[in-house]
Design a binder for this molecule. Sequence first.
Ligand SMILES: Cc1cc2nc3c(=O)[nH]c(=O)nc-3n(C[C@H](O)[C@H](O)[C@H](O)COP(=O)(O)O)c2cc1C
Length: 188
Amino acid sequence: MILILSGGAHKDSMNKKLAQHVEKICHQLNAPAEFIDISTYDLPLLDPSNKSAQTPPKNLLELREKFERANGFYISTPEYNGGITPLLSNLLNSVFNFVYFPKNTMAPIINKPALVGSASPSIYGALQACMTLKSQLSHMDAIICPHAVSLSQANDMFDNEGNLSNAEAEKRLMQGVNVLVKLSNMVF
Ligand SMILES: Cc1cc2nc3c(=O)[nH]c(=O)nc-3n(C[C@H](O)[C@H](O)[C@H](O)COP(=O)(O)O)c2cc1C
């Protein structure tokens, strides 16, 4: 199963649209995939010095189980001041930390393929956030897939069905998702 997330959560989030489009492509390729809206997990802001944080909340356990079950990831993030969003950052740091999960902390992501993406209304796109996310997931020992798509002027990029209206961007996204699906079928 490929787990699909967006660091943007609001109703009209472009990154959510991008992530949901990737879910559709995975299904077209007969690859099991699940998009989850990470804002619905309502995770508290991680504070490792808080002793009660040593008992993970139920929704965090559910989330970690999804990461454990997944054999690949697609994550799309908005760019906030050149970085990933606090929502996504808090999620990654909550699911992968030694306070909640002292044993096998990073196991649900190590050696699993991850394709990243980003979308921004700016003419410059959100490439910086895309690179930051790549770097972070690589640090966490995921296998980073090539062909990341960073959409600029993304408000004009989706048609009414949520498909990409730009053929170049769609082609590159397909390349990336194909690699993700192939790598996710490999066992290390
Ligand atoms: C705090 C903050 C910082 C932002 N910084 C950037 C930025 O550095 N680069 C950029 O392209 N857009 C930036 N934006 C605009 C976002 O790209 C825009 O809100 C976008 O719609 C977020 O993606 P979403 O629609 O998936 O939520 C910023 C927005 C916020 C709220």
